[in-house]
Design a binder for this molecule. Structure first.
Ligand SMILES: [Zn+2]
Ligand SMILES: [Zn+2]
Length: 258
């Protein structure tokens, strides 16, 4: 059974199917759990309400580094993330590729998220792009290793992956790994130990081959798993078992709700 460790169910359009049908399709393909990741604290309540009917969906709380127009202060973040249904803090992080101009706000927000994660003992979901040094330095400086977490939709180099693993973090791979242009990422994935790997769709974005151009959905995590299994030379069921175990180990608040 698979887990989609990172999706944005509240951002899916209804153009393919309503959410209950989209989730039913994924379950039918063997996806047993979904982590719906918050990108804006303003949207947290409506996101929570949307997925509350589904016992196999967990939620996080945080502000995406590219949504700093929705930035909130430490106390607001702490209060929202303390909600008992919240299993992780994020997505947070640093993205200098798309938005180096908001660097200062991104840094402040990232530090707040690390502190909140430590305070609540909930793992961090981190988005990082073109910000390797700052990301790793802040994780070390603010003692993120006490909560651990994941670098999601990973596209950086092996050195960064290994440094994050040393801090107790997992590396999550999305459908990008199936893209033609992702040769260097495939080499990185080959070198990441299986017991540190998670899989995700990041839907509605980044549909894997052969669904490119379509809206992504959690059911397509199966294509991501099949591709990585082949890269790593293991069976799909073995890859599913290990990445699912890794998911419940990291997101232990989900485990306790099962
Ligand atoms: Zn992201
Ligand atoms: Zn995301």
């Amino acid at each position: 059974m698979f887990v989609d460790s990172h999706c944005h169910l509240d951002r899916l359009s209804d153009k393919n199917a309503p959410l209950p049908e989209t989730l039913a399709f994924a379950r039918q393909r063997g996806v047993e759990h979904f982590l719906c990741v918050c990108v804006s604290v303003q949207d947290f309540d409506s996101m929570k309400e949307k997925v509350t009917p589904f016992s196999d969906v967990s939620i996080s709380c945080g502000v995406h580094p590219l949504h700093q127009e929705d930035a909130c202060d430490y106390d607001t973040l702490l209060a929202k993330a303390a909600d008992e249904s919240v299993v992780a803090v994020g997505e947070t992080g640093l993205d200098y590729f798309y938005s180096a101009d908001t660097k200062d706000v991104q840094l402040t927000s990232f530090i707040d998220h690390i502190k909140v994660a430590n305070e609540l003992q909930k793992p961090l979901i981190i988005h990082t792009r073109d910000a390797r040094e700052d990301t790793l330095n802040l994780l070390r400086q603010y003692k993120a290793p006490t909560t651990k977490g994941v670098l999601h939709c990973f596209t950086e180099d092996l050195d960064m992956a290994l440094a994050a693993i040393e801090l107790g973090f997992y590396i999550s791979i999305s459908g990008i790994v199936t893209f033609n242009s992702a040769q260097s990422l495939r080499e990185v994935v080959k070198a990441i130990p299986l017991d540190k790997l998670l899989i995700e769709t990041d839907s509605p974005w980044l549909a894997p081959v052969p669904h490119r151009g379509k809206e992504n959905q959690p059911g397509f995590v199966v294509e991501v798993a099949e591709f990585i299994a082949q890269l790593k030379g293991v069976s799909v069921s073995e890859l599913a078992r290990i990445t699912t175990d890794n998911f419940y180990t990291l997101f232990h608040h989900v485990q306790s709700r099962r």
